[in-house]
Design a protein around this ligand. Structure first.
Ligand code: RP5
Length: 294
């Protein structure tokens, strides 16, 4: 079950949601039984759209009357490319996109847009010079009941490119005192780790979800010392370098951090192989030169 935002009513859960966990019960059920479960789900799931969303309709939130035509052109990530909804298998109901997973709640919740809401997540890692641990810059979220660290990502502004969002959000959320020069050094060579939906965000509803673009940047210790971390009241309670092994993270962030760990290992293996090849080829050259001049 998807975690719930503190402002949301409790998510409704019945056989319709648990069917993926307990296939046997779902598969054994008759057509009528399944239809009954679906009806129970649809009538019992709460509807919630936060007042801030209504107050911002036409600003960062959709107007409730937004047309099918507009919504069907909204884009989602597929194989690292943005594809309009009408070209995907995502269903529409009453002119609004239906989230491809069942969430136990409908309405837009805290999300402004019907269907996909775009975000970007920059993962900045370094090795801790004392412990040797791989760490990443994290924020302790201010909008969760449980204490949860997160990647300092954020929502893409209207008309903004995701690469710009990565840097802007990082600066706004955790590094407002960092100079542009240092930021450009940090955001120089990134590896795209993931692009697609992040349904485990506590704000996901049956009518709205977040699509994110996750990029990994690894920096050396010298550069990390030049990055001043500053928390942003309202957004996060604390900001810090934390271990990539931290067990509980916000939404799908644990999954994204695992991808960053793998990416770092792959890069290091590649460097190690190049290093080995260089040594082998220089030994071979020395031997050949020796043989030639013998
Ligand atoms: C998450 O919501 C995404 O992975 C991204 O980190 C985040 C953006 O929302 P805010 O941090 O701006 O609330 O699911």
């Amino acid at each position: 079950m998807i975690p719930t935002h503190p402002k949301y009513p409790q998510r409704f859960c019945n056989e319709v949601i648990t069917k993926s966990l307990d296939d046997s019960e779902w598969n054994k059920a008759t057509r009528e039984q399944k239809k009954r479960w679906v009806d129970i789900y649809l009538t019992n799931r709460p509807i919630y759209t936060d007042q801030t969303v209504y107050d911002n309709e036409g600003i960062w939130a959709d107007c409730s009357s937004v047309s099918y035509d507009t919504l069907s052109k909204r884009q989602v990530w597929q194989n690292d490319e943005l594809v309009p909804l009408y070209k995907t298998s995502i269903q529409f109901n009453n002119g609004k996109p239906v989230t491809p997973v069942l969430t136990g709640i409908t309405g837009r919740g805290m999300l402004g847009k019907f269907g996909p809401n775009h975000a970007a997540d920059p993962i900045i890692t370094r090795y801790n010079s004392k412990t040797g641990d791989l760490e990443f810059v994290a924020g302790l979220r201010a909008d969760t009941n449980e204490e949860l660290w997160c990647i300092p990502g954020g929502m893409v502004d209207e008309g903004e490119s995701v690469s710009l969002t990565l840097k802007r959000e990082f600066k706004e959320e955790v590094a407002k005192n960092c100079s542009e020069n240092i930021l450009s050094k940090i955001f120089k060579n990134g590896t795209v780790l993931y692009s697609g939906p992040t349904y485990n965000d506590p704000r996901t509803t049956d009518q709205a979800w977040i699509e994110t673009y996750v990029v990994h940047y690894h920096i050396d210790n010298e550069l990390s010392k030049q990055l001043p971390l500053t928390s942003q009241p309202g957004e996060n309670r604390k900001v810090s370098w934390i271990s990539c092994k931290t067990p509980n993270l916000y939404g799908d962030h644990k999954k994204f951090i695992e991808l960053a760990i793998l990416n770092q290992k792959k890069k290091e293996n590649r460097i190690y192989k190049i290093y080995l090849l260089t040594i082998i080829s220089s030994i071979a050259t020395t031997i050949l030169v020796g043989l030639y001049f013998r």
